[in-house]
Ligand binder design. Structure first.
Ligand code: CA
Length: 222
């Protein structure tokens, strides 16, 4: 656990600084993001062992960050919120938070929770992230996708997009749900269209499984 990397996502610099100081003093490596977009960039670049995620953020809020992270990762997320009842709801909604802390908190409490969540995560055996939809298979652990036996040549962003669609076959996803943010992600709904178009071209014989749902977005036909 010593040397575990923690990504602090917090828009109030004073709080972020205190957290960083305490966590570093305990031997953790720390990265900081002050908004959701930067949080997703750093999450991809730094591959942290735990995300300490404030909910109320400018731009992309904590809910969106958690949702985007959970599409492809089970990194522990410790939510930070100002309201306990809201936090209860979050856990109930299954948005992917492993635990939560209510503001105002003591930094010592945060450190203790971080340790507890990391300990729990270390003891878990992670199920493989593997989806099969018709002839299409997506394996996020190996970062590979196939149509039948044929391997598909996809970029990381295309693979994540395909994995998102494949996680719920038949469900129509709105373009906004497929936004990723970040430097290699999809910054607006038009780039989602462009990425889907490119993805479809690379699906080979499985291309017709990726359907456009008029007025809504896209789905993967089971
Ligand atoms: Ca905030």
């Amino acid at each position: 656990m010593a040397g575990a990397r923690i990504l602090i996502v917090e828009d109030e610099p004073r709080i972020a600084e205190v957290l960083e100081r305490y966590l570093k003093a305990e031997g953790f490596a720390v990265e900081r993001a002050a908004d959701g977009r930067r949080a997703l960039e750093l999450w991809r670049a730094a591959n942290p062992d735990l995300i300490l995620l404030d909910l109320m953020l400018p731009d992309v809020d904590g809910f969106e960050v958690a949702r985007a992270v959970r599409r492809t990762s089970d990194v522990p997320i410790l939510m930070v919120t100002a309201r306990a009842e809201e936090a209860d709801r979050l856990i109930g909604l299954g948005l992917g938070a492993d635990d939560y802390i209510v503001k105002p908190f003591s930094p010592r409490e945060v450190v203790a929770r971080v340790r507890a969540v990391l300990r729990r995560a270390a003891g878990q055996v992670r199920p493989p992230v593997h989806h099969a939809v018709g002839a299409l298979t997506v394996d996020l652990d190996a970062f590979q996708a196939r149509c039948g036996e044929a391997p598909l040549d996809l970029s990381p962003a295309q693979l994540r997009l395909l994995a998102t669609l494949a996680a719920q076959p038949g469900r129509a996803f709105r373009r906004a749900e497929l936004l990723e943010g970040g430097s290699d992600g999809f910054a607006d709904e038009r780039t989602v269209d462009a990425h889907v178009k490119n993805l479809r071209r690379r699906l080979g014989a499985c291309a017709d499984q990726l359907e456009t749902v008029r007025g809504v977005g896209y789905r993967l036909r089971p």
